[in-house]
Design a binder for this molecule. Sequence first.
Ligand SMILES: Nc1nc2c(ncn2[C@@H]2O[C@H](COP(=O)(O)OP(=O)(O)OP(=O)(O)O)[C@@H](O)[C@H]2O)c(=O)[nH]1
Ligand SMILES: [Mg+2]
Length: 201
Amino acid sequence: MIKILDARFLTTAVEPKGYPTSLAPEIAFVGRSNVGKSSMINALTGRKKLVRVSNTPGRTRTLNFFDVDVERDGKPHLVRFCDLPGYGFAKVSKSERAEWQSMITTYLEKRRDLKVVVSIIDSEVGPTPDDFQTLDYLQNYRRILVVATKIDRLPKAKRKPRIAALAEQLSLPREAVLSFSATEKLGLDEVWDALLGSLKG
Ligand SMILES: Nc1nc2c(ncn2[C@@H]2O[C@H](COP(=O)(O)OP(=O)(O)OP(=O)(O)O)[C@@H](O)[C@H]2O)c(=O)[nH]1
Ligand SMILES: [Mg+2]
């Protein structure tokens, strides 16, 4: 049983000197622009407006940190979430794109507290070349949890086969890809269990 006790915005950062002081294991959310990273954080914390979300890609432009007190089977945990800007967003200038890229890779490579990276894939669109590239790059030095979101957009009968197909495309076992919907609150407990489970090991 998962229960959220509290979730709060901590700080915004663009470079390491702005990262919050170490306190809790960190979990980062990465994926294409507009895939639903910020919405996933809101859904997982049960807070509608903890993070701003938008129909327009490119909503999140800095690293945003949140502290979350969560209780699992009666045991309290403190975890820290980091919401990242999306990749593959075309409507920014080349130099701004390069800045984002370096902001994201510096964090993903250097941050000691970062324990798990949630790689978010659009269930409808499937993994894009950017997704493959990011996963290839990350798997060398980070623990990754793949979550297929916006599963609500698929008819119910197509959900399981789609997840199986995604897993195959990503060369992962079927059970390694979790399905999720922020709008319909599907897969919340499964994602929390996987996150807290991987922080333990
Ligand atoms: N149907 C459906 N829509 C979703 C889901 N999750 C997010 N969305 C919608 O997708 C859009 C983008 O959501 P965000 O959470 O802002 O996406 P993001 O990945 O944080 O986007 P950037 O910060 O711009 O990179 C919004 O219109 C959300 O309402 C979901 O599970 N199902
Ligand atoms: Mg966002």
